[in-house]
Design a protein around this ligand. Structure first.
Ligand code: B1M
Length: 211
């Protein structure tokens, strides 16, 4: 449908008002709300992910796209029974203990949400025990930790160790990210994966929750 393509283009362009208006028009025209998400909004955000990864789009543009997509989701959400909402999995996210940086993490959350993941964001300065508590409460598929300081990234290992001590490590996948973090650090501390940016974090969560 040409309108789906138009909607995808509007998401890519970060056209908040356009996405909102077109979503409302589609709802008025009785288009299936799940189809609006899967065939209009999602394909646009997928393109954004690819372009961001390739360096063809930058942080402010990605945020505009994610906000445009969220405007469409907000309108269709009440029309879809909670159980029918397409969900790719549940991701529990937090910036580790001692670290207050959250701009990158918010971007990761936005892209994950746009890809259909349910996000539980614990916030910043999250101690290992708090991650453990939250895993018990929310039973996520993936735990995502963010750190921007070389000093605080060490808390990622403490969190993984705490999950092991509580017998929870095998029940969740753990991913890490943030400027000082690397793939080799992820391997060293026993994480399931590392993502250098928000698009890669989305791909990684898709891979890890695929089975
Ligand atoms: Co701070 N800071 N900061 N800071 N800060 C850095 C990180 C620093 C590199 C600046 C510098 O010296 N050049 C430096 C760290 C040095 C180091 O340890 N190697 C630093 C420092 C030292 C500090 C303080 C100690 C400064 C001081 O007080 N003396 C202090 C620490 C406070 C604390 O946390 N306890 C501090 C404070 C702050 C502010 C509060 C002022 C502010 C944060 C505001 C906020 O986040 N709400 C701030 C900022 C803004 C920065 C810089 C300038 C920008 C960070 C940012 O938002 N980048 C930063 C320098 C820089 O990076 N140029 C710096 C944009 C963001 C989109 O990118 O966060 O990398 P990024 O996220 C990316 C990827 O890393 C990845 O995807 C994101 C999107 O693509 N990613 C993940 C991130 N999390 C992920 C999680 C994943 C997967 C991917 O899976 C779960």
């Amino acid at each position: 449908m040409a309108e789906f393509n138009k909607m995808s283009e509007m998401v890519i362009a970060g056209d908040f008002a356009g996405v909102k208006a077109l979503t409302q028009k589609m709802i008025d025209d009785q288009v299936d709300p799940i189809s609006i998400i899967n065939d209009g909004l999602m394909p646009g955000m997928n393109v954004v992910g690819v372009r961001f990864k390739a360096g063809d789009m930058f942080v402010p543009e990605v945020m505009m796209s994610a906000k445009a997509m969220a405007a469409g989701i907000e309108l269709v959400k009440p029309l879809i029974a909670e159980s029918n909402m397409p969900t790719a999995g549940k991701v529990l996210v937090g910036t580790v203990k001692g670290d207050l940086h959250d701009i990158g993490k918010k971007l990761v959350n936005m892209m994950l949400e746009s890809a259909g993941f349910q996000i539980i964001d614990l916030g910043v300065d999250i101690a290992p025990a708090k991650f453990v508590e939250a895993v018990k409460e929310h039973k996520p598929d993936v735990v995502g930790m963010s750190a921007l300081l070389t000093t605080t990234m060490l808390s990622m290992k403490d969190t993984i160790d705490a999950l092991k001590e509580e017998g929870l490590r095998d029940r969740v996948k753990v991913i890490i990210g943030g400027a000082p973090v690397t793939q080799s650090f992820a391997e060293q501390i026993g994480a399931d994966g590392y993502a250098p940016d928000a698009a890669a974090a989305t791909d990684l969560c898709k891979q890890l929750t695929a089975n």
